[in-house]
Design a binder for this molecule. Structure first.
Ligand code: ADP
Length: 648
């Protein structure tokens, strides 16, 4: 005997309530998308059943033809979307239509602004799915039965979208899911047959199952199949319109916005597969979440196998959406088997090349009619693409072409330049590409390391993203020119008049020795700088030391790094150094030397180890300078008085 549960009333998860609220108030201008979302779910359910039936043919019962049916009733102001797909059990129904499983949802939804335009964008990033039914309906009924279960295992879900829903067991003879939308009086247009027919054509022509439409109020009219019902990626490229490609993207990516670009290809020969890859126009909200879904939709000989097949693209291209349909893989392929299959590695490598060349196309200025397209892409995905330098050393040359940076020549961090731009504008005889690691554009712009280069008119690229120190480790050369970190001690200036460091140091031997004596606990050594113009001093990491940006981040993530000391570079042409050199008072010398080092560290973005000590020293210096000023004033006053006295 099967247990019959009575009707139960349940509350939506808080996130669902927030989502519903956001959706109903923000998507008023694009209401019709509910139909796309519901047909998309129905198509997924049919895909899942077809896959499960591969190992259990009984699931298809006596209805092997999978399809989606829409019926409308303008008298009742209702529209119904039915599928004979996988269906849901009572437990699944409660879970799927009462909660949102995506991690990071709460945090994401908390970003609501109240500004409807912005919120509509926000929600577009999220993919609203089933809950979009409540944009047009004031009550939604779902009746469902899982494939292969008895008719008595059906279940009904009901809600007005206000915070609660009910579930109860029902008899349901046909398997799958039926969603009945009791439309709001203001949305009666969606119960009109013609309106629906147009919408199905517009949004769901790419769906691989037949979608038919039936008007309950006009029994004379026959049910008719509206869409073309062939998998879009199996159609020849020439026969698919841009609009269809875009709609298909929205179906698989759960995105509202159009993709920026796509690439549709059939590969024949040793390996046979079709791929359709899309570059989205913006990053999903969970791009940085490790557990966020990523990967392509995998089909084998047109049968859906799985969502989020991660093995076909490297992690740094996780923002790419699309479909891969292989003719060679076995239908019973599992995630585990995918990991071990050498065929997959070959496809992955080919798809990676394809994506990189799509990106390169958008990036190259000849092709991009609109420069902002790639700039936007770079803002959205640049940081992720940079992970490729560590993950995919084989493609470093192609990846380097995609890079964009602000530089000592740009007016802000919004203005970006490619490495190619840099090379195009390079100075004659310059054989290196100079870059500076810094925490921000502002910090880079005022960094003392730039001074000599700027004086010579040499451009320096600013590497200011968190990932840049790691990327820089792998950057080797571009167009035959080596990359060179100008923040390092061993970096050499492009001008040929640079001198041997030891020889330069020798000229100031006793001063350096005195400084070193004072600062020996805090610096590895002291060099006379050849790169400073306006600043008195700067620090550079020791020859075997990590870049400071990388060190700071590793330390912030809790790693214990061995204690290291920087090299202090001093500018002997600077007044401060000249005066310090002549200073005889030992205590004052020591205070000043420490303060100069502190300032060099600060302008490099470091934190002082002993800020209180620094503040004390500066206060003393200020007092001394004020004392000196007022005594100078007194002296002049006395002099003036004397002079005036004489005159009298
Ligand atoms: P998403 O489709 O993005 O997962 P939805 O809110 O649209 O989110 O749906 C939540 C879940 O409900 C789906 O993942 C699916 O498991 C289930 N579901 C929705 N519609 C159907 C349907 N027609 N048939 C079977 N299951 C469905």
């Amino acid at each position: 005997m099967s247990k019959v549960k009575t009707k139960e009333k349940l509350g939506f998860q808080t996130e669902v309530k927030q989502l519903l609220n956001l959706m109903i108030h923000s998507l008023y201008s694009n209401k019709e998308i509910f139909l796309r979302e519901l047909i998309s779910n129905a198509s997924d359910a049919a895909d899942k059943l077809r896959f499960e039936s591969l190992s259990n043919a009984k699931l298809l019962e006596d209805q092997p033809e999978l399809k989606i049916s829409i019926s409308c009733n303008s008298k009742k102001n209702e529209v119904t979307i039915s599928d004979n797909g996988i269906g849901m059990s009572r437990k699944e129904l409660i879970e799927n239509l009462g909660t949102i499983a995506k991690s990071g949802t709460a945090e994401f939804l908390s970003k609501r602004t109240g500004d409807e335009k912005k919120d509509a964008q926000l929600i577009g990033q999220f993919g609203v799915g089933f809950y979009s039914a409540f944009i047009v309906a004031d009550k939604v009924t779902v009746e469902t039965r899982r494939a292969g279960k008895k008719a008595s295992n059906g279940c009904r879900w009901n809600s007005d979208g206000q915070g609660e829903f009910t579930v109860e067991d029902i008899e349901k003879s046909d398997r799958g899911t039926k969603i009945i939308l009791h439309l709001k009086p203001s949305e009666s247009e969606y119960s009109d047959r013609l309106r629906l027919e147009n919408l199905i054509k517009k949004y769901s022509d790419h769906i691989a199952f037949p979608v038919d439409l039936f008007d309950e109020t006009d029994k004379e009219k026959e049910t008719k199949v509206i869409n073309s019902a062939t998998a879009l990626w199996n159609r020849p490229r020439k026969e698919v319109s841009d609009e269809e490609y875009k709609e298909f993207y929205k179906h698989i990516a759960h995105d509202f916005a159009d993709p920026v670009h796509w690439s549709h290809n059939r590969v024949e020969g040793k390996r046979e597969y079709t791929s359709l890859l899309y570059i989205p126009s913006r990053a999903p909200f969970d791009l940085w979440n490790r557990e966020a879904p990523k990967g392509l939709k995998l089909y084998v000989k047109r049968v859906f196998i799985m969502d989020e097949a991660e093995q076909f693209l490297p992690l740094y291209l996780r923002f790419i959406k699309g479909v891969i349909d292989s003719s060679d893989l076995p239908l019973n392929i599992s995630r585990e088997l995918l990991q071990k299959n050498p065929e997959i590695d070959a496809i992955k490598s080919a798809l990676t090349k394809r994506v990189l060349s799509m990106l390169a196309k958008l990036a190259s200025k000849e092709e991009a009619e609109d420069k902002s397209i790639y700039e936007n892409l770079w803002n959205e995905f640049g940081q992720v693409i940079k992970e490729g330098f560590v993950e995919d050393p084989k493609n470093i040359e192609n990846l380097t072409k995609l890079l964009r940076f602000s530089s000592s020549k740009t007016q802000s961090n919004q203005q970006i330049r490619s490495v190619q731009n840099y090379v195009d504008d390079i100075k004659k005889d310059q054989d290196k590409i100079y870059y500076l690691l810094a925490d921000s554009y502002q910090a880079a712009k005022s960094n003392p390391h730039l001074e000599q280069l700027q004086k010579q008119g040499i451009e320096v690229l600013f590497f200011t993203d968190r990932i840049d120190p790691w990327m820089a480790e792998h950057l080797k050369e571009f167009d035959g020119k080596e990359f060179q970190d100008v923040g390092r001690g061993d970096f050499s200036l492009p001008k040929a008049d640079e001198k041997d460091q030891d020889a330069v140091n020798k000229r100031h031997k006793s001063f350096i020795a005195k400084l070193e004596e004072n600062l020996k606990d805090r610096v590895e050594k002291i060099n006379v700088s050849q790169r400073l113009v306006e600043s008195a001093a700067c620090v550079v990491p020791g020859d075997n030391d990590l870049p400071p940006q990388m060190k700071r981040m590793l330390e912030a993530s809790g790693q214990n790094l061995p204690e290291t000391k920087p090299i202090l570079e001093i500018n002997m042409k600077h007044d401060l150094m000249k005066k310090l050199n002549k200073l005889e008072d030992e205590a004052a010398f020591s205070d000043l030397a420490s303060t100069i080092l502190d300032h060099a560290l600060l302008s490099d973005g470091e934190q002082l180890q002993n800020p209180a000590d620094y503040v004390k020293r500066i206060s003393n210096l200020l007092i001394n300078s004020l004392d000196a000023k007022s005594s100078a004033k007194k002296k002049t006053k006395k002099k003036v008085a004397k002079k005036q006295g004489k005159k009298k």
